[in-house]
Design a protein around this ligand. Sequence first.
Ligand code: 1PZ
Length: 211
Amino acid sequence: MADSFSLQNVLDNFKSCLSDNKEVFLKYYISGWRELVSFMNSLGSVFAFISKDAVNKIQILENFLTGENGTHYLTVQSMVKYELDNELVDLTKRGSHPESGCRTLLRLHRALRWLQLFLESLRTSTEDSKTSVMCSDAYNASLAQHHPWLIRKATGMAFCALPGRDTFFEVLNAGSHQEVVTLLGEALPLISEVYQITEDLYAKNNLLELP
Ligand code: 1PZ
């Protein structure tokens, strides 16, 4: 089924993300996010405003990748080089390129940090840990600093609607609790590596604060 989620699919995509010389393939980065969005959709409609924004950003990147300049969008590295060399990025304030690949991917990149923190605390959580608390702790330590008050507020309310830890493990669709924990242990180093490579690339090019 096209819309059936499994944690394994996320893992597979992030595994395929890295090329031999550690470049990040946009195609699999996007697919990884599509999987995560389908997971979020299965949690209920309170998350619709989040998944709408994520889908919108995924679509922008996909349009670049399948567009006439698609070959330049093969990897995050080639995208950054192409867009910077051709002045296709608004660097200090939004202007003629409000939806560049660079600024769009940066939003997902920041969300990947949230995911990394959240999955790590889920992996090491105990029976009485609360998903909503893990989620908002991860959010406050990452994405929140980039979001205005209204979005932080709405996001905080959505977190309260998260299912409990047991249900959450089930929806991840990767077997028993122990199997989920094992799989998370495999997925996290991959997600962290993709995150770190992107972070270093953006830092080197001064792109971490793109408007
Ligand atoms: C499992 C529970 C899901 C929790 C998700 C935690 C992330 C909360 C993100 C809240 C986003 C709120 C809606 C839109 C925000 C946008 O303003 C920002 C900045 O973009 P800009 O306005 O500059 O164009 N968008 C983002 O920060 C990207 C958010 C992507 C979130 C993807 C979440 C995927 C969750 C996967 C679930 C496992």
